[in-house]
Write a protein that binds this ligand. Structure first.
Ligand code: MF3
Ligand code: CO
Length: 256
């Protein structure tokens, strides 16, 4: 069942969303050569604590990993697609791209967003990868409206990514969000006719999160049982926003 939120609930989700946005803005400013992904984690945890928010990913249990996740952020560098684990040993270098994915629970409601940030100057192929992934999310956002169907959203990402010659990760998908981090429906970044294609209605909130590889689509999970990387070692980008369906169209909760 897809849970629809009341206007009052959407206001709460707006507060979670804006907090996530603020945190990501600060982390983006911190990104520079020489800082570690654990430095980002430490700063994020402090900002969440100061805001009275609960880190949404910390303690999140994934059966396949056999253990709970222990961090507030996922930090995925270069060929890491998603779920990279913050580490003092992972120092950022000029030319890297780093995806920072984070979520909070505030007053019972979740917010979840991700950005991919260049470390210093990056080369043209990486710039294009980031731009195409960001644009794919924007095209999808425009489709999050009452009367459209889920496949309109999924298809918008797929079309833009494919027409630019990049590939879409299939193993990981977006999701509904609310009082749970992951609610129905699943939001793949591609259209698969075998999936359900519900009509979008006011009060639904979707976390749309394209994960785009410069090379092939295949993903493998590292021995840590969390970090997903591209099989061919090509770079991967990830952007995510939470979007509510309203009578006035799409409302992106995770940016001002
Ligand atoms: N943004 C991701 C998601 O919505 C991050 C979850 S990672 C985990 O699924 F650590 F919480 F598992
Ligand atoms: Co998400």
């Amino acid at each position: 069942m897809i849970v629809r939120k009341t206007a009052a609930e959407l206001e709460k989700m707006r507060r979670s969303g804006l907090l996530v946005w603020q945190i990501l803005e600060k982390l983006k400013e911190m990104v520079a050569e020489g800082i570690s992904t654990l430095d980002l984690e430490t700063a994020a945890e402090k900002m969440m604590a100061d805001a009275g928010a609960i880190p949404a990913f910390k303690g999140y249990y994934v059966h396949a990993a056999g253990q709970a996740y222990r961090f507030a952020l996922c930090t995925s560098v270069n060929s890491e697609i998603v779920h990279g684990i913050p580490s003092a040993k992972r120092t950022l270098r000029k030319g890297d791209i780093v995806s920072i994915d984070t979520g909070v629970k505030l007053d019972g409601y979740y917010g979840d967003s991700a950005i991919t940030v260049p470390v210093g100057e990056i080369d043209e192929p990486n710039r294009k990868l980031l731009q195409v992934t960001r644009d794919a999310l924007e095209f999808a956002i425009h489709k999050v409206r009452s009367g459209n169907r889920l496949f309109d959203v999924c298809g918008a990402v797929e079309q833009h990514v494919k027409s630019n010659g990049f590939s879409i990760v299939r193993e990981y998908v977006g999701h509904g969000i609310g009082t749970q981090l992951h609610e129905e429906p699943q939001v793949p970044n591609y259209v698969d006719r075998k999936n359900e294609n519900p009509r979008l209605k006011e009060g639904m909130v979707l976390a749309v999160e394209p994960m785009v590889n410069a090379g092939g689509a295949e993903a493998v999970v590292l021995k840590d049982r969390w970090t997903a990387v591209t099989k061919d070692g090509s770079n991967s980008a990830h952007f995510e926003h939470c979007i509510a369906v309203t009578e006035n169209g799409p409302w992106v909760l995770t940016r001002p």
